[in-house]
Design a protein around this ligand. Structure first.
Ligand code: NG1
Ligand code: ZN
Length: 541
């Protein structure tokens, strides 16, 4: 047998403890941390096989991102820093649902299918967030890798974007950057400091922020950055780990509650940056001179940075194709602004970073962002070559573009790198947060969750904007939407929670809430709702 100890170790140390089928979704496997031991062991096994398959190092990140501290999760990172290939998501699901007894057979079947020589060397790079359960789960993953004959490089506690960066750099021989944490901090912060060498203040821009670390690993990463960026940006840091992870703070709290984060003293006129529990999402908060709270989300960031890149691009004279990728959750006002006002083409992708990432590759410079603050910018090789050559030739806009390229972590959404990019754009424009916010006004919007017996009855098409099944549901949604001037609504099954999500937009918040409630009731009625219909009806009463 090729995998001699796999079954024994599983039975003795990491027996399968969950009976229900679980699926590798948009964020890998995620659940209560107590149910994950066997999953992590098995993902260690699988990562080893994937490493043998690709002849490159594979990443294993242990985190449940913005979810509560009692949860945890695991996602695999492919050789070029991308999300795991779709075929391997299927292997992951098969392996995790197999009985302990047949793990060796299932592994062999995967190896056969993929044509893997299992005697080959394997390298797995493991990282984890600050959750108390993460260390224990790391041990399970490491045991998995070693039992399958692979070698482990344990990065310890790190952010999701850093593991993507290190996997990328390790596999490309250091072309993208030096494959160490220090290499990562240096690359980004040097470029940031250089771009504001003439002075950190400019017009209405002040180099000062409040930083909400969500009591997670982002807080630790920020401490490192502070040492590297010095006076270029003055940061006051909160939620550094003294409170509960993601609780009443962090990017997800700010986005879903549209409120100033807890644990950060309210201060008018100073930008507040919130990251999530693994630092791949970012949100800005701001209280303006009149005391009004403003939330600047992924759409605001995407339009800000795409507008700036377009300006630099046209000033440089380089003929490169720039585009923005959003999802159906992007605020309609942001799409209209970027398309009509700035003339930047927009594509709509399915929810989940891998879909956005893929879509962004059709552009020379592809900006992609989810409204929840997960996003980055990708440059094609041709774009990189053209920009660097023009920068060498002292084209000043290309020099700026080249600097910006180094601030951005292309490998995945990276909260702190995104923050430094936003700060760079605001600085270049001499803008306050209020100026930034004034570019366009968000349409009122509302998200709701509906519980149904089986969320897979909801299927969609057209980047999730049209519901295909249950048959008739889309007709109902169309009718409801037509009751509002300029309304928009769609429904889809969540990939990370056992729910159906409803999204609605309309000219006023009152109408938006009404539309959301009507659509949620339609889902409840036509897709097998299991919750309390009256509770849906009285949601915003
Ligand atoms: P689901 O649960 O599939 O909607 C959520 C987010 C995604 C993405 C994933 C992974 C929304 C509406 N959905 O997915 O954007 O971030 O989690 O974390 O925000
Ligand atoms: Zn995250």
């Amino acid at each position: 047998m090729t995998f001699p100890k796999v079954v024994t170790v599983a039975k003795e140390q990491y027996p399968k403890s969950v009976k229900k089928e679980i699926k590798y979704g948009t964020a890998g496997f995620r659940s209560n941390a107590a149910e994950l031991d066997f999953v992590l062991y098995r993902m260690g096994l699988l990562a080893t096989l994937r490493s043998q398959d690709t002849g490159a190092a594979i990443g294993v990140m242990i985190t449940a991102s913005h979810n509560p501290v009692a949860d945890n999760g695991v996602k695999l990172v492919d050789p070029a820093g991308e999300m795991l290939a779709a075929a391997w998501e299927v292997h992951a699901t098969t392996l995790v649902n197999a009985p302990d007894d047949s793990l060796d057979v299932v592994l062999q079947e995967i190896a056969n299918k993929a044509g893997i020589d299992v005697g080959k060397k394997a390298m797995v790079i493991v990282g984890r967030d600050t959750r108390p359960s993460s260390e224990h789960l790391r041990n399970a993953a490491v045991t998995g890798v070693e039992t399958a004959g692979g070698q482990v490089w344990d990065l310890g506690i790190i952010t999701t974007p850093v593991i993507h960066y290190i996997v990328t750099c390790h596999n490309d021989g250091g072309k993208y950057g030096e494959p160490t944490m220090e290499g990562y901090y240096q690359k980004i912060s040097k470029a940031f400091v250089k771009l504001r060498a003439d002075g950190a203040s400019n017009g209405k821009y002040e180099p000062e922020i409040l930083f909400d670390g969500a009591n997670g690993v982002g807080a630790l990463a920020m401490e490192e950055f502070v040492g590297h960026i010095g006076k270029a940006l003055n940061t006051t840091r909160y939620n550094k780990g003294d409170g509960i992870l993601n609780h009443m703070c962090g990017a997800d709290f700010v986005k879903t509650q549209q409120r100033w984060p807890g644990g950060v003293p309210e201060q008018a006129g100073i930008r507040c940056v919130s990251v999530d529990g693994d630092a791949d999402r970012i949100m800005y908060s701001f209280i303006d001179a009149s005391g009004k709270y403003l939330m600047l989300d992924g759409d605001k960031i995407a339009t800000l940075v795409a507008g700036y890149l377009q300006e630099l691009l046209s000033a440089s004279g380089l003929k490169l194709k720039l585009g923005l990728v959003q999802t159906a959750y992007a605020n309609g006002a942001s799409t209209e602004y970027i398309q009509k006002k700035l003339g930047v083409p927009v594509s709509c992708a399915k929810t989940g970073v891998k879909h956005l990432h893929h879509e962004a590759q059709q552009y020379d410079i592809g900006v992609y962002f989810e409204a929840n603050g997960h996003g980055t910018v990708m440059f094609s090789q041709a774009a990189k070559d053209a920009i660097r050559a023009a920068a060498q030739a002292k084209n000043s806009s290309a020099e700026k573009l080249s600097g910006v390229m180094d601030i951005i972590n292309e490998t995945v959404g990276d909260a702190i790198s995104d923050m430094l990019f936003v700060e760079t754009v605001l600085h270049a424009r001499g803008w306050s947060a209020a100026d930034w916010n004034n570019a366009y006004t968000d349409l009122p919007n509302r998200q709701m969750k509906v519980t149904v017996a089986d969320r897979s009855v909801i299927t969609t098409t057209d980047a999730e904007r049209v519901c295909v099944t249950p048959v008739g549901l889309q007709d109902t949604i169309n009718k409801l939407v037509s009751g509002f001037s300029k309304g928009r609504a769609f429904v889809r099954a969540s990939g990370t929670e056992d729910i159906v999500r409803v999204y609605a937009e309309a000219p006023t918040q009152e109408e938006t809430d009404k539309l959301a409630v009507q659509v949620a009731c339609a889902v409840h009625d036509q897709a097998g709702g299991t919750g309390d219909r009256n509770a849906i009806l009285s949601s915003f009463a």
